[in-house]
Ligand binder design. Structure first.
Ligand code: IPM
Ligand code: MG
Length: 358
């Protein structure tokens, strides 16, 4: 029996609602599939922990997480703690030391869900967004001087390294190559940003030489937003910097029907450290405690995690179960215009799983 040790960090807000739902679903899958089992270890890190201890996670947090096969993460962000503290104190404090440099964000229109774009259906929008997840605009370089004075200054430096750009380009080209269309769009802003983004473009062209069967093109990020809206079927795999992909992936999620569905994988592709799987929606404290958060993003993230663990059959079956449930509009949560609760959607997915044979 294959055994996986999973670290579970629900974090803040609706993370505490959708991640337990995801754990139930994962446990049900393990029960149904005799080939593997999970051991879940939950960590109470996040804003409540911060309010009690002054830090988002213990100093040896990453040390504690190292032994796990994967991390299942909810969200960070609370109304009473500054966002940069919650982000840098937990999410980025895990992503960066664990060198989870490839952030993968699949975007599709699931059955039963409507895109806000008229005439755009499932066949027209099937993207894989690859976000550089270790440097760029989120590298953490910068500072503030002369606080509060008229001459106060702040810098926020984007970092692009040959090693960092090369590895994310290789990852993106390989992912594009693994998909039927073998099509990659490299997002850039090298017209305005003459150094980092020009290096980014040059390395994309170099790496393209290693993947002669992948067709690729380059888009300026501003024009990319237009293309995503006006010509979604012209896109397949997309690679962008940390900040550009952060923004584009929210747009992508909205175009695919709801941010409540969009999953993400923070991968350390070499497996030197655990990878982390999370819904991209964030803590959403406006709907926290109402029991109406959409758990689909956390279930889809769980499917990405199964895939990463090598349980590809279970990953595909979970995706099928999710799609059967989204196909039923009476099981849509309010973000999708419905009235279903987190509990109802979870129960429906559990029911499909429990119906699997062997
Ligand atoms: C995401 C989120 C985060 C980010 C937030 C929570 C800081 O929007 O994963 O896309 O910007 O990276
Ligand atoms: Mg984002």
């Amino acid at each position: 029996m294959r055994k996986y040790n999973l670290a579970v960090i629900p974090g803040d807000g609706i993370g505490k609602e959708v991640i337990p739902a995801g754990v139930e679903v994962l446990a049900a899958i393990a029960k149904q599939d005799s080939g593997f089992d999970f051991e879940f270890s939950e960590f109470d890190w996040g804003s409540d922990y911060y309010n009690a201890h002054g830090i988002m996670m213990p100093d040896n947090g990453t040390e504690q997480l190292k032994r796990f096969d994967a991390i299942y993460f909810g969200a960070v962000g609370a109304p009473d703690v500054p966002d940069h503290i919650t982000l840098w104190g937990l999410r980025l404090a895990i992503c960066q030391p664990f060198d989870q440099y490839a952030n993968v964000r699949p975007t599709r229109i699931l059955p039963g869900i409507k895109s806000p774009l008229s005439g755009v259906g499932a066949a027209d929008l099937d993207w894989m967004i690859v976000r550089e997840n270790s440097e760029g605009e989120y590298a953490g370089q910068g500072g503030r001087s002369h606080r509060g004075l008229a001459e106060e200054v702040a810098t926020e430096v984007s970092i692009f390294t040959r090693a960092g750009v090369t590895r994310i380009m290789r990852f993106a080209f390989a992912l594009a190559q693994s998909r039927p269309r073998k099509l990659l769009t490299v997002v850039t802003k090298s017209n305005a940003q003459r150094f980092g983004m020009v290096l980014w473009d040059e390395i994309a062209a170099e790496v393209a030489g290693e993947f002669p069967d992948v067709q690729w093109d380059k888009m300026l990020v501003d024009a990319m937003t237009v293309r995503m809206v006006q010509d979604p079927s012209s896109l397949d795999t997309i690679v962008a910097t940390n900040l550009h992909a952060d923004i584009l992936s929210d747009l992508a999620a909205a175009l695919a029907g709801s941010i409540g569905i969009a999953p993400t994988a923070n991968l350390n592709p070499e497996g030197a450290f655990p990878s982390m799987f999370e819904p991209i929606h964030g803590s959403a404290f406006d709907i926290t405690g109402k029991g109406t958060a959409n758990p689909v993003a956390s279930f889809w993230s769980a499917s990405l995690m199964l895939d990463h663990l090598g349980e590809t059959a279970a990953a595909a079956r979970l995706m099928e179960a999710i799609e059967r449930v989204t196909a039923d509009t009476s099981l849509h949560t309010p973000d999708l215009g419905g009235m279903a609760t987190t509990r109802e959607v979870t129960d429906a997915v559990l029911e499909v799983i429990r119906g699997w044979n062997g």
